[in-house]
Ligand binder design. Structure first.
Ligand SMILES: [Zn+2]
Length: 368
């Protein structure tokens, strides 16, 4: 386990390759971003949106998937207000939303004055898919990512909306297994690092029937192509930075977490709209030796807002905090006991990265 010499990302993250300087993919991408002609990219996006408007194809020009978080609010704002598109927002209902999450979603709809479709997945199936993803691969939120990508694109087909605008290309922005260059085309988002090579069909069994998977099944590319649906990453056209999005939407009524940052976090406005995500992220700590504080500090380093030295201190201070805030909710939702939870957790612990010292698990190679 080696760390990037510019940020604090370890090479244990799948897809990360340190170059001869010791820099990671995301640091290289942040260098690339400085050389991009963003004015030209803005014009390129204008061309796409003009084309969509001229088609006058459906009632809506574009779909923006939203969660009520800072990034998707910003996305919707750009498309509705800067490009004057008639937007339809689509959200996958959080099964256990936070108070701030509910407020932010409602406030976003009022602020932007937009239509929104909320897709609520059949609880028994969603619970089953999440539980299987948790037990078998220590990644319960696979279910949510799969349903989000598929339901949004299926909605575009259903309502005949020609453009879907996603946020950032995670492989380019954060470094990952998939492509390392920035491209606008998001049509294969169902093959991103959040989904990898699985589909909902991998989870079908006696509990989950093919009749229940409409919103989990990504349409085939041919069908999207012949329906004239374009899918793009907004992060290809404008420099992507969560802190800037937060500064923008907070003026419009976005609320950060009122009780302060969650355990293991140093930001109070990141991914705090629902309660089932945090444990999923914490599993990265067991598998790859890093989680929230590393992600958040890296993001600030890549955008010139933090020095590596400070990040090392923050990560080493926060990384061992367990996300206890919504732990009970997590257990109850998936109907697992604490004992079963820790059995799954220990099965996912990477022994190349962890060792037992005086009966306590410790990371072998903490960042320094
Ligand atoms: Zn780096």
């Amino acid at each position: 386990m080696k760390y990037c010499t510019n940020c604090v990302m370890p090479d244990s993250k799948p897809g990360i390759v340190l170059d001869e300087r010791g820099w990671c993919n995301a640091c290289r991408a942040s260098e690339t971003k400085k050389t991009i002609d963003w004015d030209q990219r803005w014009k390129d996006l204008k061309k796409i949106t003009d084309e969509v408007k001229s088609q006058n194809k459906s009632f809506y020009d574009c779909i923006v998937p939203v969660s009520g978080g800072k990034d998707s609010w910003y996305q919707a704002m750009i498309m509705a207000e800067k490009f004057n598109l008639k937007i339809l927002c689509v959200t996958l209902a959080a099964h256990i939303p936070t108070t701030e999450g509910i407020h932010n979603m409602n406030q976003m709809v009022k602020d932007l004055n937009i239509d929104i479709i909320k897709i609520t997945l059949k609880p028994s199936v969603y619970r089953q898919v999440r539980s299987k993803c948790f037990v078998r691969q220590g990644e319960p939120n696979w279910a949510e990512h799969c349903a989000m990508f598929s339901s949004v694109v299926n909605t575009a087909l259903l309502y005949d909306v020609p453009l879907v605008v996603w946020g950032e290309d995670i492989a380019f922005e954060f470094g990952g297994l998939q492509r390392q260059t920035s491209t606008a085309d998001a049509i294969k988002i169902d093959k991103s690092d959040l989904i990898k090579d699985k589909t909902i069909h991998n989870w079908l069994d006696d509990d989950i029937s093919p009749r229940d998977i409409f919103f989990y099944e990504y349409p085939d590319y041919e069908r999207l192509n012949s329906a004239g649906i374009k899918s793009i990453y907004l992060g290809h056209f404008i420099p992507w930075y969560g802190r800037r999005h937060y500064d923008e939407v907070v003026k419009r009524g976005f609320k950060a977490r009122q009780a302060g940052p969650l355990s293991g976090n140093y930001l109070d406005y990141d991914n705090m709209d629902e309660k089932l995500c945090e444990i999923n992220i914490w599993f990265k700590y067991l598998k790859f030796g890093f989680w929230r504080s590393t992600d958040q500090c890296c993001y600030d380093i890549w955008n010139g807002n933090m020095k590596r030295k400070e990040a090392v201190q923050i990560v080493n201070k926060l990384r061992d905090e367990f996300p206890q805030e919504y732990f009970e909710d997590f257990l109850r939702f998936h109907d697992v006991t604490e004992e079963e939870f820790w059995e799954v957790a220990e099965r996912n612990r990477n022994h190349d990265l962890w060792e037992k010292v005086d009966g306590k698990w410790e990371l072998k190679y903490p960042v320094s």
